[in-house]
Design a protein around this ligand. Sequence first.
Ligand code: NDP
Length: 334
Amino acid sequence: VKVFITGCTGFIAKNIVKLLIERGYEVVGTARSKAKGDKLREDLKSDKFSYEIVEDIIKSDAFDEALKKHADAGVVLHTASPFFYDSTDPENDLVIPAIEGTKNILNAVHKFGTKVERFVITSSDAAIYSYEDEQNGSLSFDETSWNNISYEDAIKDPISAYYGAKSFAEKAAWAFVKEHNPSFKLTAVNPVYVFGPQAFDSDAKGKLNTSNEMIQELITKGPDFNFENAKGGFIDVRDVALAHIKAFENADTVGKRLFMVSSHFSSQMILDILNERFPQLKGKIPVGKPGTGEEDIKTLSKVSNSATKDLLQFPFKSLAESVEDTVKQILKEN
Ligand code: NDP
């Protein structure tokens, strides 16, 4: 089966592509630049991988040529979507590309991907709850919950915009399927904060993807770094990658949302893991208030993803394992 994956040079996407190749799939990705596409091809060292350039996912026909060329694709994974918070124009930077990119790939697949049977969208927990609701300990969420933020409220600031963007994009995908009844079946993967190693050690340099950069900051800003004690849900990227593959390999995931959460975390919990497991970082990173992490996360909303775990049937990696592997890779000399 040929798998078509949008945004193949992203953090999560590269981990998916690597796993797909290991499992014998033929993969064609879309990349924004030749440099990034070529680097991935060199890193993978596999003739089962190729890529097409799609510079701007906002253009309505953005994916048409690539899909026409790969009309034999049987699966589409849509991961391309902006994920960053440093924006002064959140509507144009975050919301519009997320929505239009999703509509454009769906239309292209509907028109030209006649062999596509399964379509998996990389959504987010941001489509399950708003940032405020996530932090509200009296609320509970599961695979059936939706972030119903309004467009007007979403474009006010970058965090609301990212949460809104993911919610609007996933809603657009389900609405598309309902309206057009395409030949392919839809599944959503909704990860919380994703940590874990880059697919290739050479990618663990310089500024990292948004979620891992949070860990990198904790180890590079010195012992007096006045860190913001972030908290939320955590899942390892290797589990997210496997979930994308199970999402299209299994029949019982059709029409489902896979809520990918292993546990809750706080920055303090990450620091405790680092101070315990990396003696070479002692004195170079903040200590904070060791052991108080469990208190931090008590204020978070309750999450339940037993339906997802029943469907996927594999255990999710722990925060300690994920943080350790992430930082080992960052510290590796290469
Ligand atoms: P990355 O920033 O590493 O990947 C984002 C991908 O989308 C890249 O391939 C990027 O291309 C592409 N992209 C971003 N903006 C545009 C645009 N305007 N036009 C075309 N392509 C674009 O982040 P992640 O790998 O973490 O994110 C991948 C997906 O996972 C996203 O949909 C994100 O919302 C979702 N997600 C991530 C979580 C996390 O904690 N990491 C949590 C929940 C969901 P390029 O490589 O050229 O920059």
